[in-house]
Design a protein around this ligand. Structure first.
Ligand SMILES: [Zn+2]
Ligand SMILES: [Zn+2]
Length: 287
């Protein structure tokens, strides 16, 4: 089977969200079974049998104080329990939907992250490093993003945080593991050994990584992780999930032929499913 284990019910940002709102309002809101059903329908039309909705933790008021960042504070307005209840209800109505969350790694908030996850019925928790020094490294609207950190420091800091997140025990899957390349700032060739070190460290933790088609829609124009890095994860025995990081129904399972071919090329024959944060392997194949 194929799955899509990373998606959002709304776009990021106050403006894009307002522009998109009439679409889900017509279905009864972004938490309605009708709107979630559109994600399922798109998944099915692309041969995908199960999805996980994984809203950003910064969408929720409960995380509002975790980071002093204007974007984060503007985004964090919603009730996480209403979200969990809505996705749970969609599943109870028969939709093949898991309750997930894309949980930012913030090294100084590990207690808050743990408390947030405890006692909520998540099926899968994605671990993402988006923020370094309080700034999002993947923000296309940040005019200073390329000046803030030299490329060598961007990658060394990022990989350090990614490994720390994997080792924290808080996560099931590391998202978009080579995210700093999003605008074309690739890791310098003489730092390639840092990727090997990160792959080995992640392999030791048992955490999965995702193969995400989202990078194909970004300026870098390639999968996360790119195929040769995916092959390194495979050789190290790291399990994998498959995802689109859709922020609207149209992008669910987008570009999956490319992602599935990359997984096969890397040697993967199975992908990881989750239920109640318990992983299992299923054969990687079109339905
Ligand atoms: Zn992300
Ligand atoms: Zn995401």
């Amino acid at each position: 089977m194929l799955t899509d284990y990373h998606m959002h019910l709304q776009p990021d940002g106050v403006g894009p969200r307002a522009a998109a709102a009439p679409r889900w309002d017509a279905d009864g809101g972004h938490l309605s079974a009708g709107w979630i059903g559109r994600y399922v329908a798109r998944a099915r039309s692309r041969g995908v049998g199960e999805i996980a909705v994984t809203e950003h933790v910064y969408r929720f008021a409960a995380a509002r104080d975790w980071l002093a960042n204007d974007f984060w504070r503007q985004e964090s307005t919603e009730d996480v329990d209403a979200y969990v209840d809505a996705v749970t209800a969609a599943r109870a109505s028969g939709l093949p939907v898991l309750v997930g969350i894309e949980m930012d790694w913030l090294a100084d908030r590990r207690d808050e992250i743990g408390a947030f996850l405890d006692g909520r019925p998540f099926d899968v928790v994605l671990g993402s490093v988006h923020f370094l020094d309080g700034h999002a490294i993947d923000d296309p609207t940040d005019p200073d993003r390329d000046r803030r950190l030299p490329v060598a420091e961007l990658w060394s800091r990022y990989l350090e945080e990614l490994v720390a997140a994997a080792r924290s025990g808080l996560y099931d899957v590391m998202s978009h593991p080579d995210l700093p390349k999003v605008f074309g700032r690739r890791i310098p060739p003489d730092m390639d050994n840092l990727l090997d070190d990160a792959v080995a460290a992640i392999a030791e933790t048992g955490v999965a990584v995702e193969c995400s088609s989202a990078g194909l829609r970004k300026p870098v124009g390639e999968l996360y992780p790119e195929p040769s890095l995916l092959a390194r994860f495979r050789r190290a025995g790291v399990p994998v999930t498959l995802s689109s990081d859709a922020h609207s129904p149209e992008d669910v399972a987008r570009d999956y032929p490319t992602a599935v071919a990359a997984l096969r090329g890397a040697g993967y024959e199975t992908i990881t499913r989750f239920a109640g944060r318990e992983p299992s392997q299923v054969e990687l194949r079109w339905a």
